[in-house]
Ligand binder design. Structure first.
Ligand code: HSE
Length: 368
């Protein structure tokens, strides 16, 4: 396999290093805007030099961002090349275009590293759904948010202090909003649900709330009630109805999610036969993520392409009623008052997220 590598940042460099020692695949060209010199590959500045190179059969996209990654990936598929990407925003946003295009062109397309970094999550969903119906996917999919919440819980830090620590350690992405406002998790759960359920979720029907408004006093409230706050994603299917959402969630101390430390991920599916299966590990970082890119390359070599058949567009119906912790302006029915906050009577996911849009300074969390 001759590989053209798009991007030579954290993940791209890791892919290059891992493939250097392999006999079955070789990176022959690297798209990189800086001047670099590599012992075994040619560094190029124009993507056409990769897309038009007939000796290259597979393109690895490790650039991140939507543009120009989308244009380059599309051109690579149209040129008949297999594509492996670690870019969740790209695959989630252009799901309805890239998958049918890859199928029409008869090329393989995989993106295991896009969710869970080094965890074999999407590739295991592929195996899981061969023998059973999956009814639920989701969990802790963002290491930066978990690091912030874990530090607030264990050491009583303020949100701002915990965020600066995450930034110093290089966990938060260039724009922390992608992590703390839940966008990264939102891309990941939509992609997971699409693959698990064989559908294409309408992204506008999937609401997201992040952790930006959490305060140390909220965490004190949770501790007083034996609860731990995590940013948790959920996707479900039941009798042709789908739901999907992302928001802070309070889990009981002693639940597996409550114990997830630092920047780790814990992602779970429920299957009708297997029941609960959970996957724990490093959801980011050079070598874990590059490891899963190389796993995908091995699968492409073996002729294995995308995980699920491309499915029809469906809307998430978030009518499920949940109980919520709310701090800031809730005027609806209440079952308990906590210090400076309330526990609501059951309110649907759709209604609570609509209320939050009108009250953007409030903090909400589902109570499980
Ligand atoms: N920024 C992400 C995280 C990693 O913190 O988990 C890349 O998806």
């Amino acid at each position: 396999m001759k590989i053209g590598l798009l991007g030579f940042g954290v993940v791209g460099r890791g892919v290059y290093e891992i493939t250097e020692s392999r006999e079955d695949m070789q990176v022959t060209k690297v798209l990189c805007l800086e001047d670099i010199s590599l012992p075994d590959a040619q560094a190029v500045k124009d993507y056409k030099s990769i897309v038009e190179d007939e000796t290259i059969d597979t393109v690895v996209e490790a650039m991140g961002g939507l543009h120009p990654a989308y244009e380059f990936v599309r051109a690579a598929i149209e040129a008949g090349k297999n594509v492996v990407s670690s870019n969740k925003a790209l695959v989630c946003t252009f799901y309805d275009e890239l998958l049918p295009l890859a199928e029409r062109m008869g090329v393989k397309f995989r993106c295991t590293a896009a969710v869970g970094g080094g965890i074999g999550w999407l590739s295991e969903l592929e195996r899981a759904r061969r023998v059973q119906k999956l009814t639920r996917v989701g969990g802790i999919m963002n290491g930066t948010c978990n690091y912030i919440l874990d530090n607030m819980t264990r050491f009583g830090l303020d949100y701002g202090e915990a965020l600066s620590q995450a930034q110093k350690l290089g966990y938060a992405e260039a724009n922390p909003s992608t992590d703390v406002d839940g966008i990264d998790t939102w891309h990941k759960v939509i992609l997971s649900a699409n693959i698990a359920f064989g559908v294409s979720l309408d992204r506008d029907s999937v609401p997201v709330a992040g952790i930006r408004n959490i305060q140390a006093k909220d965490v004190e409230n949770f501790k007083a009630h034996g609860l731990v706050c995590k940013l948790i994603s959920t996707g479900t299917q039941a009798e042709g109805a789908y739901s999907a959402y992302v928001h802070p969630t309070l889990v009981k101390e002693g639940e597996p999610e409550a114990a997830v430390p630092l920047n780790y991920n814990l992602i779970t599916f429920l299957g009708q036969t297997s029941e609960r299966m959970s996957f724990y590990g490093q959801g980011a970082g050079r070598y874990p993520t590059a490891y899963n890119v190389v796993q995908d390359l091995v699968d492409v070599l073996a002729g294995r392409g995308f995980y699920a058949p491309y499915g029809s567009r469906v809307t998430a119906d978030n009518s499920e009623k949940l109980t919520w912790y709310v701090r800031g302006g809730w005027a609806g029915d209440v079952q308990e008052v906590w210090d400076g906050a309330v526990v609501t009577k059951p309110v649907s996911v759709a209604d609570m997220h609509a209320w939050l849009k009108e009250n953007p300074d409030a903090f909400i969390a589902e109570i499980r």
